[in-house]
Design a binder for this molecule. Structure first.
Ligand code: ADP
Ligand code: MG
Length: 263
C-alpha cells in the first residue's frame, strides 16, 4: 500500500505523551514519559504497585495536571508545560468536553449506588454530553446486552456480583461513545472466578477495534490482546514492545524480576 494511503501513517495517535513529568510534593512519580497509542490498538501497562500507573491514566484523562511535558488526546492539547512555565491552561469547559470522550473503568467499579444499572449507564451521556434520554436509553440497553446484562437494567448495583458491577461500569464507559477507554486494574478487586467474564468483555472490545490503555497484571490476557506492552519503573517507561518481546525476551533485570512475580 502506498504510504500516503496507509491509514496508520496518516491517522494521528489517539494518545500522545512527550516528556511528561508529575510530582506529588517531594515524590516525582512520572519522570519523563513518552507514549503513543495508535487508533484501534490495545496498550497494556505493567509496573509494581506505586510505580505511577494510575497517575499515568489520570494524566491522560485530565484528572492530574502535568508539571512538564506534552499530553495530547485525539490531537487536542490537554497539558503542556515547560520548565515551570504553564503555556496553556485549559478552560474547565474544554476539560469536561475532552474528558467526556474518554471512558474510564476503575478497579472498584465506582457505580452510583442509588441509581439502577440502566440509570448508571444513561447518566453521563445525558448530563455531560447533553444527549436525549430516550435515545441514550435505547443505546444503554444494547450495551447492557453486549456485556451480558440485558436482564439487570432495573437492578441496583449492590444486588450484583463484582464481575457484573464491573461489566456495568464498562457499559457505562462505552455509553460515552468514547474514542479511548482507560482501564485501571479492572479485575484486581474481583474474586478469581469472576475475572474471566470481565476479561472476555474487554477482549470483545479489542476485537472490534476499541482503542484502549489497560493497566493489568493478567499476563495471559495481555499476551493475547495487547498490541504494545509497557513496563513502568521509577517514573519512566523502562521497557516497551510487543507482548512476545516483553514477556519472552525482556531486556531489563527489573522487568524479569517483575514478571517472575506476576507470572
Ligand atoms: P500505581 O497505580 O502504579 O500503584 P499510583 O500512580 O497510584 O501508582 O501512585 C504512584 C505514587 O504516587 C505512589 O507512591 C502514591 O502514593 C503517590 N500518589 C498518587 N497519587 C497521589 C496524590 N494525589 N497525592 C500524593 N501522592 C500520590
Ligand atoms: Mg494504581
Amino acid at each position: 500500500m502506498s504510504p500516503v494511503l496507509d491509514p496508520a501513517a496518516t491517522t494521528p495517535p489517539v494518545v500522545h505523551l512527550e516528556g511528561v513529568h508529575k510530582r506529588f510534593g517531594a515524590l516525582e512519580v512520572l519522570r519523563g514519559i513518552d507514549l503513543s497509542v495508535a487508533a484501534g490498538t490495545v496498550t497494556v501497562v505493567l509496573g509494581t504497585s506505586g510505580s505511577g500507573k494510575s497517575t499515568l491514566l489520570r494524566t491522560i484523562n485530565h484528572l492530574e495536571k502535568v508539571d512538564a511535558g506534552l499530553v495530547e488526546v485525539n490531537g487536542d492539547l490537554i497539558g503542556y508545560r515547560r520548565t515551570g512555565r504553564h503555556l496553556r491552561e485549559l478552560h474547565e469547559r474544554e476539560v469536561l468536553r475532552q474528558r467526556s470522550r474518554i471512558g474510564f473503568v476503575f478497579q472498584h467499579f465506582n457505580l452510583f449506588p442509588h441509581l439502577t444499572v440502566l440509570e448508571n449507564v444513561v447518566e453521563a451521556p445525558v448530563s455531560a454530553q447533553k444527549r436525549r434520554r430516550a435515545e441514550v436509553e435505547v443505546e444503554a440497553r444494547a450495551l447492557l446486552a453486549r456485556v451480558g446484562l440485558h436482564d439487570k437494567a432495573g437492578e441496583y448495583p449492590r444486588r450484583l456480583s463484582g464481575g457484573q458491577q464491573q461489566r456495568v461500569a464498562i457499559a457505562r464507559a462505552l455509553a460515552l461513545r468514547p474514542s479511548l477507554v482507560l482501564f485501571d486494574e479492572p479485575t484486581s478487586a474481583l474474586d478469581p472466578e469472576l475475572v474471566g467474564e470481565v476479561l472476555d468483555v474487554i477482549r470483545d472490545l479489542a476485537a472490534t477495534g476499541t482503542t484502549m490503555v489497560v493497566v493489568t497484571h493478567e499476563i495471559g490476557f495481555a499476551r493475547e490482546v495487547a498490541d504494545r506492552v509497557l513496563f513502568l519503573h521509577d517514573g519512566v517507561v523502562l521497557e516497551e514492545g510487543t507482548p512476545s518481546e516483553v514477556f519472552d525476551r525482556p531486556r531489563h533485570d527489573r522487568t524479569r524480576a517483575f514478571l517472575a512475580k506476576v507470572l
